[in-house]
Design a protein around this ligand. Structure first.
Ligand code: PLP
Length: 377
């Protein structure tokens, strides 16, 4: 048996819609499929504006441009995240201030944010790791008190909720990814920016359209379009939007299937957690998650390497995750860690992600579970 770590979700209609887009001869962004997807998001992630982007990274860059990050501004985020979370702001000259995570969710420790705020702080980035929400009430309260922007990096958080609110709709803006490793994909690469604050609605369209008011022109609001602001090219191709539409139609089915796999892992591995061999993910009561990831934590780095070796022998592709950004070469150059690294490094070294994808066969999953049980007998 050879068990893949990830398989891009394909539900069946992607091919039909992509072909339909191809034949329509409307291939650039915001065509009929793009508009359908955006309308779907505006309904399911209640927001002021939903804009498809070429990637989650591009959505984060657009957010950084919208809040006008300037050189030497500081942005607070966890160190346990993907490089793009930081890069989007580093591209604008920001200094990154890394804060420790909570060991239970691997999310930023909301209690440590206030101590990291200086008079240069402009924004907090809440990364919802594994599609499990950060403690948003506390984060929004601190942000409001200091007048900071909150950008949700919800790249992994489509179809997840915090106290009934969809992730990405709580902060000033939310960024999602449709990379092939995420729960929904627009054909390999793609993303979405959710704008929740009215003040960014109009400018988001302009920056995304190369700094022009082209979107207003198409709506008949202006009689010619021209260069009005800074901007870049952040639209998603219509072919990719068509692909994504095939998945949005089946969004619940994908989610239900992933959650079933997640629960099967959890209940099978629970006995190993009960005897203290492994630690399984914690889902706080305020969160409804989307089964983006199933990870387990082992004793430490050494045990992780031995277990990964065991998986390799068994032809199971399981992988660890982020090297904390503050320990990486660029992280040292562009950021600093505020306070003590109590959990970030230690917890990241204990973590292994198990195969998890839409349609993961029960037999494959049983094989992975028995490989883990065999390791711990
Ligand atoms: C995937 C991911 C991104 C980047 O998304 P892309 O679509 O690959 O650019 C950013 N942040 C987090 C937390 C991610 O998981």
């Amino acid at each position: 048996m050879n068990i893949l770590f990830n398989k891009p979700p394909i539900t069946g209609n992607e091919e039909k819609y992509t072909l339909q887009a191809l034949k329509s001869q409307k291939l650039s962004g915001d065509g009929p499929f793009g508009q359908k997807c955006q309308a779907w998001f505006e309904k399911h992630l209640p927001c002021k504006k939903a804009l498809l982007t070429p990637s989650g990274t591009a959505a984060l860059e657009l957010a950084a441009l919208l809040i006008d990050i300037q050189p030497s501004d500081e942005v607070i985020m966890p160190s346990y995240t993907f490089a793009s979370t930081a890069n989007a702001f580093v591209l604008r000259g920001a200094q990154i201030v890394f804060v420790d995570i909570r060991p239970d969710t691997m999310n930023i420790d909301e209690q440590l944010i206030e101590a990291a705020i200086t008079d240069k702080t402009r924004a907090i980035v809440a990364v919802h790791y594994a599609g499990v929400a950060c403690e948003m009430d506390t984060i929004m309260e601190v942000a409001n008190r200091y007048q900071l922007f909150v950008i949700e990096d919800a790249a992994q958080g489509m179809m997840s909720y915090y106290k009934g609110q969809a992730l990405g709709t709580i902060g000033h803006m939310g960024a999602f990814s449709f990379h092939e490793t995420k729960n929904y994909t627009s054909g390999g690469e793609g993303g979405l920016l959710i704008v929740n604050d009215e003040q960014f609605k109009e400018r988001a369209e302009i920056i995304r359209e190369k700094g022009t008011n082209r979107s207003q022109f198409f709506r008949g609001m202006v009689d010619k379009y021209q260069w009005v602001d800074v901007g870049s090219s952040y639209l998603l191709s219509e072919l990719q939007a068509a692909f994504l539409w095939g998945q949005l139609e089946r969004a619940d089915e994908i989610n239900t299937n992933r959650l079933a796999s997640w629960r099967a892992y959890y209940s099978a591995l629970q006995p190993l957690q009960a005897v203290g061999k492994v630690k399984l993910p914690t889902i706080p009561a305020a969160c409804t998650h989307n089964a983006h990831m199933f990870y387990l934590k082992v004793a430490g780095l050494y045990e992780r390497n031995v277990l990964l070796e065991h998986f390799k022998v068994k032809d199971i592709l399981a992988v660890f995750h982020y090297v904390p950004l503050h320990t990486a070469a660029a992280g040292k150059r562009f950021g600093r860690f505020q306070g003590e690294d109590r959990y970030t490094t230690m917890e990241s070294e204990r973590l292994i992600r198990l195969p998890m994808w839409y349609g993961l066969p029960k037999d494959d999953q049983a094989y992975v579970i028995s490989a883990i049980e065999e390791f711990y007998v």
